[in-house]
Ligand binder design. Sequence first.
Ligand code: FES
Length: 169
Amino acid sequence: ATAVPFISSMQPSAKAQAAGGPVEVDIGRLAPGELMVIEWRRKPVWILRRTQEELDNLAKVSADALRDPESTQSEQPTYATNAQRSFKPEYLVLLGVCTHLGCSPQLRPQVGDLDADWQGGFLCPCHGGRYDLAGRVYKGVPPPLNLPVPPHKYLTDTRLVIGEDQETA
Ligand code: FES
């Protein structure tokens, strides 16, 4: 089995956690393929830097295979640099809690017998919930909804704030 590259977070301050306030994260060390997990409001928030291959595979996921193909992916905000907005499609920010009964889905599980629609993603060990690498749930599995996207915004290309929405330009 291939180990999932994992970076534990710099711990946000205890005060910020207790208040459920925004948590600022440095994503500058996150290499392609790596997952960072931070805690926000006592829940795990995933920050995944998808590889180019994963982004290519994501484009192959058929909308017909998904329960709600339109949401999540489009909710990832842009980030602002020098007053210009650009899109960082490789970063995915999700609440890491299955929308069925709250288990913790696994990233890049070893799967052998999933159907041809499977292009990699997250698998929930409890009842087989499957999500693609945009957090969108497949049809035919128990979770009713896509993985939620917590409010977040980019301060720069390496600083991210969880718990605050991106201002609209
Ligand atoms: Fe995830 Fe049931 S809790 S599939």
